[in-house]
Design a protein around this ligand. Structure first.
Ligand code: SAH
Length: 245
């Protein structure tokens, strides 16, 4: 039975890809994805058949991949980061019953939360939440409720999609909600273009964060009450130093 592999390729350059992802892509006959990600991997695999669809054509992309598998051709559908984190893995599994003879396997990748965290220090060393600020598939009141509850729970937060074409003020609005509960001194950070050329990072406070220029290739981190700025590194202690043996 031919398989569609939902493959997370990590944040950018090939060295951030897992060995499993690289092996699967090397084995598959067809490789598909969002145009930008196909361009990232295309040069490495001159012998493959590539297919891509623009952003927002996710259902078409998954159906093309499942059709290839139904025709007996192993296919890799590549996403940035992890394929199951705001990626296509779930959609492929939802559509799979319509394609008898095809199968779907998910291949884990390094998501922006962990690759970005490594750049900043260790902001996710204790309990944390990931929230996407994109209102394309989530109503805004629900995003705000999740932000509020996460702040109340004193989680460290990792925010994906802090800005999009139709929602330029997403981060500013999120900060306003968080500042209802959290101190303006809360340690925050952002990383742009993780694992790609032009990577940038900054550690700052929640009071300063709303005025930052973030884009759609930025991941934002908000500390919990125990997160510290240690010589420019964002660190949420695991608590080892307070452990009583
Ligand atoms: N599946 C992806 C997430 C897709 S949602 C993953 O697991 O990482 C898209 C959002 O992810 C972006 O708006 C940004 O917040 C984050 N992101 C993905 N790749 C990134 C990168 N290389 N650098 C910074 N942020 C990134």
């Amino acid at each position: 039975m031919a398989v569609v592999y939902a493959v997370g390729i990590g944040p950018g350059k090939p060295e951030y890809m897992t060995q499993e992802a690289a092996d699967v892509i090397a084995r598959c006959e067809c490789i598909g994805g969002y145009t930008v990600y196909i361009d990232l991997v295309k040069d490495q695999y001159p012998d493959k058949e590539f297919f891509s669809t623009p952003m927002k054509k996710e259902v078409d992309r998954c159906r093309m991949a499942l059709k290839f598998a139904q025709d007996g051709r192993d296919t890799a559908l590549v996403c940035s980061g992890d394929a199951g984190v705001y990626g296509m893995a779930g959609l492929l599994l939802e559509l799979l019953p319509e394609y008898p003879g095809a199968d779907v396997q998910v291949v884990a990748g390094v998501t922006a939360a962990t690759s970005g965290a490594a750049v900043l220090g260790a902001p996710l060393g204790h309990d944390f939440c990931i929230i996407s600020l994109s209102n394309l598939l989530t109503p805004e009141p629900l995003i705000e409720k999740r932000l509020r509850m996460a702040a109340e729970g004193d989680f460290a937060l990792c925010l994906y999609n802090p800005r999009s074409h139709h929602r330029k003020d997403a981060l500013r609005k999120a900060c306003a909600v968080l500042l209802e509960t959290l101190s303006g001194d809360t340690v925050c950070g952002w990383v742009k273009n993780i694992g790609r050329d032009g990577m940038e990072k900054k550690v700052l406070t929640l009071r300063e964060l709303p005025d930052e220029e973030v884009d759609m290739f930025t991941t934002v981190f908000i500390g919990s009450s125990s997160t510290r700025n240690i010589a420019g590194r964002m660190v949420t202690p695991r608590g080892y130093e307070n452990k009583v043996d």
